[in-house]
Design a protein around this ligand. Structure first.
Ligand code: DGY
Length: 322
């Protein structure tokens, strides 16, 4: 029997590609850097039974309408805000995603960004490279301590919990805000639940890890930044849509907060002239939260397995449909 056709929207590790090729004829957009052009995607999905996508693809209604044979969509990401899951559900098409395998790696990056922002690591490295180091000086490139500070984690899911574990190792007081209270984490990690407002007022580090949903859209805006301490640092490794970027820009420019570290933007890729990048008190990264070799490979393999399960009409390992 002929294998069904699938569209893979970006070069993926060989291990994952082999899994896909056992079950399907793959059209591969074989580029590391360039996302698949929209017109190529629309052309290739016309006879496709599956799509293996990633966070840079918009899988919207037009894609579903243009793919009458589609049986499964699989994304190599835990977040799936770029996929119209309601439309997929209406059409009884399962949407696979990859939770779990990227938890620790993303928590590592979140903590690295927190430390880099507090201790001005990127700025200090540039200072040295730019020939500005004339002498050791008592208050040169100083920042706040991480050890013993109060961290406020917004979104206590898998990654939030993994960040809390790291914070415990740094002797931090751990506050969290979540849709539901997580009593087991409160006991295990000595974390304390707070309302969003109290978390913002009390924390030295506010770490945003909430998923992107209509409810969390721009949940960090001017009012929320105003509640933070002027000495506090804001970290976002979730989604750019969760933050009002203009409000963040103003909070940083007017020193309403001390600094920010962000790995995500509302519109990605962010251009080099993005206003946030003009500020000295921001450390910004190009969405690399899960970017370890092992984790990206594990994400691609899990996405391939979800795709294969969907093609076979079996239950996906991780399904995003409500
Ligand atoms: C995810 O998995 O949602 C990340 O943002 C991509 O690594």
């Amino acid at each position: 029997m002929d294998k069904p056709k699938v569209v893979i929207t970006r070069r993926i590790p060989d291990e994952a590609l082999e899994i896909v090729r056992k079950h399907a004829e793959a059209y591969l957009w074989d580029s590391e850097e360039q996302p698949i052009p929209r017109e190529v995607l629309l052309q290739e999905i016309r006879d496709a039974a599956g799509i293996l996508a990633n966070v840079s693809d918009r899988i919207d209604k037009a894609i579903f309408e243009g793919a009458p044979r589609l049986r499964v969509v699989s994304t190599m990401a835990v977040g799936y805000d770029n996929i119209d899951t309601a439309e997929a559900t209406n059409r009884k098409i399962p949407v696979g995603h990859t939770p779990g395998v990227l938890t620790e790696t993303t928590a590592d990056l979140t903590f690295a960004l927190l430390m880099a922002t507090a201790r001005r690591i990127v700025e200090a490295a540039d200072f040295l490279r730019d020939g500005k180091w004339k002498s050791w000086a008592p208050m040169l490139l100083t920042g706040p301590d991480v050890y013993g500070a109060t961290i406020g984690i917004i979104g206590m899911g898998r990654i939030g919990e993994a960040v809390a574990k790291r914070a415990a190792g740094f002797g931090m007081k751990i506050l969290y805000h979540n849709r539901t209270r997580r009593h087991e984490i409160e006991e295990r990690l000595n974390a304390q639940y707070r309302s969003l407002e109290n978390l913002l007022r009390e924390s030295d580090f506010v770490v945003l890890l909430a998923p992107s949903t209509p409810e969390t859209y721009r949940m960090m805006g001017r009012k929320e930044f105003d509640m933070m301490k002027p000495s506090a640092i804001f970290i976002n490794t979730s989604r750019g849509q969760n933050v009002d970027e203009r409000a963040l820009y103003e909070a940083l420019k007017d020193n309403k907060i001390w600094a920010a570290g962000i790995d995500v933007f509302e519109h990605e890729p962010a251009p080099p002239d993005h206003p946030l990048l003009s500020l000295p008190n921001i450390t910004a990264l190009p969405h690399i939260g899960s970017a370890s070799i092992a984790t990206r490979t594990a994400m691609a393999v899990l996405a391939a397995k979800n795709l294969a399960a969907g093609l076979a009409g079996e239950k996906l390992l991780f399904c995003a449909n409500p």
